[in-house]
Design a protein around this ligand. Structure first.
Ligand SMILES: *Cc1c(COP(=O)(O)O)cnc(C)c1O
Length: 444
């Protein structure tokens, strides 16, 4: 176990990380990036210790994965037990209980009390692909509607569903067909102002689908209830519910991509709940596996069961060790009431960020829910000009001082806060003080 405190003993990155980075450059594809080239030796809770002995506060959670903290004791115990029993059979060959139990948990925890079924996969992208397959099969229609600023993965179909060209799509086409993009209800940047955003964005959505796609050709509408990579955009109030209701009226499958927002992150088990939305299908990933690769599609039994037997699957989907880890992570979320914890710490985070926003005009907006919040950084608060340079400088200052933060956003000007939900209030506070010093240094 790594002590839960920040400690710097060398520069970040230090000499051992630098030596490993040289090996990496000689052996690993340059196509794979790194936010901060330090090499982790051990991690627990909300602290990462690198090979030089530096201990960083983790405001990234491996991109919203380690919500229960790194190496959560319940995850570790269940994985140990499972790995000694058996490691793999392939669920499509011979079955095992942990897979069924994860599906039972998903059916219970996701929004709505209708009859549900689940299927397990390895990654968020794979879950999204399968949700689209299911929606197309069940409706007999082809078109899928996705939103500006949306992010759904890096496979061919999910690249097509993702909005941002660099770094996700540029040079990687041609992309899958029958994908249509519509505006997102992005209150901060809505041309006529945030008050009119929900109604106008919904009207634009309906008109575009009607005119350019046709309701009867549309299999699914795919939406993140809070957009992740696109900039932690919280859709204007009521927008998600209007879209879901309209899908329902038109026989279109409404898919909520909760790969990033799911599993207590936003202060509810799922972000759809904040908008009282019950999706037809819901994709999950990231935090579900407590750090092991696992993802799922959960939804209405009649949709999930529409596909012919053998039509869904994969060699590793729902691997028993990943399922054991997920059961440990879900147990921690329940036992430690991480829904409540994300709400409470989210309040602490919001009030500190609001205070900073009132002091530093470079912060154009503070937004998000629970422990999924971000600041959008602008060089001119009137014109709202995105400032990716200040975002990069702030990030570098945080990293130098032992706080791991991430950026996001279509314009690269959003700094996001994604600590493990089990972080102590003291450590959260200390991390925010590092961020505050970075602001004073870069934008003071
Ligand atoms: C990360 C993410 C994905 C892709 O998940 P992978 O496990 O990286 O394939 C899909 N959708 C959303 C909303 C995500 O945040």
């Amino acid at each position: 176990m790594v002590a839960q405190r920040r400690e710097l003993v060398t520069a970040v990155p230090g000499p051992r990380s630098a030596a490993l980075q040289e090996r990496r450059v000689r052996s690993v594809s340059a196509g794979i990036g790194a936010v901060l080239p330090i090499y982790i030796d051990e991690a627990s809770g909300a602290i990462l210790r690198d090979v030089d002995g530096n201990q960083l506060i983790d405001f990234a959670s491996g991109i919203a994965v380690t919500s229960v903290g790194n190496s959560d004791p319940r995850v570790v115990a269940r994985v140990r037990e499972q790995v000694e029993k058996f490691t793999h059979t392939c669920f499509m060959v011979t079955s095992y209980e942990p897979y069924v139990e994860v599906c039972e948990q998903l059916n219970e925890l996701t929004p709505g009390d209708h009859e549900k079924r689940s299927a397990l996969f390895n990654s968020g992208a794979e879950a999204v692909e399968n949700a689209v397959k299911i929606a197309r099969y069940a409706t007999g229609r082809d078109a899928v509607v996705a939103f500006d600023h949306g992010y759904h993965g890096r496979t061919n179909l999910t690249m097509a569903l993702t909005a941002k060209a660099m770094p996700y799509k540029s040079g990687f086409g041609p992309f899958a067909g029958e994908i249509y993009r519509v505006p997102m209800a992005y209150p901060y940047r809505w041309p006529t102002g945030p008050e009119r955003c929900s109604a106008e964005a919904f009207a634009a959505f309906v008109e575009m689908v009607h005119a350019q796609v046709g309701e009867l050709n549309t299999a699914a509408v795919l939406l993140e209830p809070i957009q992740g990579e696109g900039g932690f955009i919280v859709p204007a109030p009521g927008f998600v519910a209007r879209v879901a209701e309209w899908c329902h009226q038109n026989g279109i499958v409404f898919i909520a991509d909760e790969v990033q927002t799911g599993f207590c992150r936003t202060g509810d088990w799922f972000a759809s709940t904040h908008e009282n939305v019950v999706p037809d299908l819901i994709t999950t990933g990231k935090a579900i596996g407590g750090g092991l690769p696992l993802a799922a599609v959960t939804g209405r039994a009649e949709l999930m069961n529409a596909v012919h037997t053998g039509g869904l699957g994969g060699t590793y989907g729902g691997n028993p060790i990943a399922c054991a880890a997920a059961l440990g992570a879900i147990e921690t979320m329940r036992e430690d009431n991480l829904v409540e914890r994300a709400r409470q710490l989210g309040g602490v985070l919001r009030s500190r960020l609001d205070t900073l926003a009132s002091k530093y005009p470079v912060i154009g907006e503070v937004r998000g829910r629970g422990l999924m919040q971000a600041v959008e950084l602008v060089s001119d608060s009137g014109a709202k000009t995105p400032d990716p340079a200040v975002t990069a400088a702030l990030t570098a200052a945080c990293h130098r001082n032992g706080l791991l933060t991430l950026t996001c956003g279509t314009f690269g000007n959003v700094l996001r806060f994604l600590p493990p939900l089990v972080i102590s209030e003291e450590l959260l506070d200390e991390g925010l003080s590092v961020f505050e010093s970075a602001l004073a240094e870069v934008a003071g």
